[in-house]
Design a protein around this ligand. Structure first.
Ligand code: KIV
Length: 309
């Protein structure tokens, strides 16, 4: 049952940590703008991730390497201005936490000032200095292991990670290091379920799986994937379950709109503003007959016009 944001307490990073071992899975969904954030919050999701997947999902790039901290702050702001009860996590994009500690903390702070309650970054032991510096600035950090899309070139493509023993061991050790450093949750993307289970049993903060099977403490999906909004992008990865086909619904609605415009049935009289009676007399001055247009007395001052177009 969904709880509205008005009726539930704001979700915080410590509240997410406290979910470990309670048997209440954490639900995280990505959102990149106000309407998607409102939909997530109205559905009662715990965490809204403003993911750098905005690059491929919304901005039309091939991978996530193209988005900047300015892009991410822009989208975090749009989500945060809806004031959701869900925890807003802002993704630190590629190269925003790789160069220097000062840069890293400055960029994390930009997302917090845009409205995030926590940030996420990719990588394990290699990124511990960045994690510690951000935590030191009192900003909660979510880790991300397994298939880390910002490493697409180093990994040789978007592939399942942790299938072999050494690789699996590396993921578990990285997760333990992130949790010990103070991350409040760790995303596991595209890893075998046995590896996700081992990680989940090895750390005392929640694991959030995406393509990592059911033995995680929570699950995350991309908004557009789960709603079928990725028109023309194919079926997507096998771990996506589609709960709607909004892309098809949108296409059908647009076809109907185009048909109505072309048939002259949109807009109707009800969908039209009408001038006061006297104005119709002017039509004669311009050589038009009153039947060329609708007249009436319902909207001369425009007050009923509603939101601006
Ligand atoms: O950017 C994103 O959407 C993510 C999720 C896939 C976890 O990092």
């Amino acid at each position: 049952m969904a709880e509205s944001s008005a009726s539930r307490a704001a979700v915080t990073a410590p509240a997410i940590v406290a979910r470990k071992g309670t048997g209440r899975p954490v639900v995280m969904v990505t959102a990149y703008d106000a309407p998607s954030a409102r939909a997530c919050d109205a559905a009662g999701v715990d965490v809204i991730l403003v993911g750098d997947s905005v690059a491929n999902v919304v901005l039309g790039y091939e991978d996530t390497l193209q988005v900047t901290i300015d892009d991410m702050a822009h989208h975090v702001g749009a989500v945060a201005r809806t004031r959701p009860a869900a925890l807003v996590v802002g993704d630190l994009p590629w190269m925003s936490y790789h160069v220097s500690t000062a840069d890293t903390v400055h960029n994390a702070a930009r997302l917090v000032r845009a409205g995030a309650g926590a940030v996420k970054l990719e990588g394990g032991r290699k990124r511990l200095d960045a994690v510690r510096a951000i935590l030191d600035a009192e900003i909660p950090v979510m880790g991300h292991l397994g298939l880390t899309p910002q490493s697409v070139h180093a990994l040789g493509g978007f592939r399942v990670q942790g299938k072999e023993l050494d690789d699996a061991r590396r993921i578990v050790d990285d997760a333990v290091a992130l949790a010990e450093a103070g991350c409040f949750a760790v995303v596991l993307e595209c890893v075998p379920d046995a590896v996700a289970r081992l990680v989940t049993d090895s750390i005392d903060v929640p694991t959030l799986g995406i393509g990592a099977g059911r033995h995680c403490d929570g699950q995350v999906l991309v908004f557009h994937d789960l709603l079928g909004l990725d028109v023309g992008q194919g079926r997507g990865p096998k771990f996506v379950r589609r709960y709607a086909d909004l892309g098809a619904d949108a296409r059908n609605a647009l076809v109907r709109f185009a048909d109505d415009v072309r048939a002259g049935t949109f807009p109707s009289s009800d969908e039209t503003y009408h001038a006061a009676d006297g104005v119709s007399e002017l039509l004669g001055v311009y050589g038009r007959s009153a039947s060329d247009t609708d007249t009436g007395a319902d909207a001369v001052d425009g007050v009923e016009a509603g939101r601006p177009a």
